[in-house]
Design a protein around this ligand. Sequence first.
Ligand code: NAD
Length: 294
Amino acid sequence: MRIAFIGLGNMGQPMAANLVRAGHDVAGCDIAAANVEKHVAQGGRAAATIEAAVDGAEAVITMLPAGRHVAEVVPRVLRAAVGSPLLIDSSTIDVATTREMARQAQARGIEILDAPVSGGVRGAIAGTLTFMVGGGEAAFARGRTLLQAMGKTVVHTGGPGAGQAAKICNNMILGISMIAVSEAFVLADRLGLDRQKLFEVASTSSGQCWALTSYCPVPGPVPSSPANSGYLPGFAVPLMLKDLALAQEAAEAGGAATPLGAHAARIYAALMEAGYGDRDFSVTYEYLAELMRA
Ligand code: NAD
């Protein structure tokens, strides 16, 4: 298939490489020339502009930083499209922009899916991402094989915007539960309870959650977690803050009460102010331990 891939950053680069590996002809476009060069080195084609990438494409995938980038790029794609390529936006953005893009695409008779991912750069490289996909049944059926070339799990979560909705709800659970697990370890330290013992109990009791068992915020219990390597990301604090801000925006627009989500966003913002912005979000434990010592 001829594919245009727009946004060849940390995530887009390996995702496009997996499409090339699956035998697709992938025209890559990025405002950073070095990223396009890397794409060519991986067997892809270079496109100098969005319009050149879209020319002749049967599918167009965008993997951009935020809503404002998508709101700029997707209308250009819609203007440049010849025929009816399938559009897939895998960026994590706000639900309102996603729904507006779906409205514009529909007006042009073009199908679009919002398909944000979970799994991070490691998952993008390994092709094991989870895609949460919003859009029509027919569009989902068209896009499924492409998404499977980049990920392991592909879930159709509903109509336009439902992919982004699933992503921000999931990450709100994660952001809150990481703080809960970190607080428990800080309290355990203060009570003289051995960390490994708390892990043994909580990981097999009602405190069990992903933030504890797969991504434990203290060194030791889970050897692969960022806590064992100086909290190198992983999933950096600003990315978690971005997703929690998207959740709060959606909660305010929809009138949903999410008090813990709001509080979690304030805590990650405080981590940024305290200088932890380049660390993995599980550094929350260190931040709280520091507060305890202060
Ligand atoms: P990134 O900043 O590394 O990549 C974005 C790329 O888009 C950059 O290379 C940038 O030059 C390019 N770009 C920006 N504007 C453009 C334009 N007008 N035309 C062409 N290219 C343009 O970001 P990333 O880490 O790859 O993340 C992409 C998206 O995926 C974000 O929405 C992020 O929230 C989401 N995400 C990231 C991770 C992660 O671990 N990095 C995990 C899950 C989801």
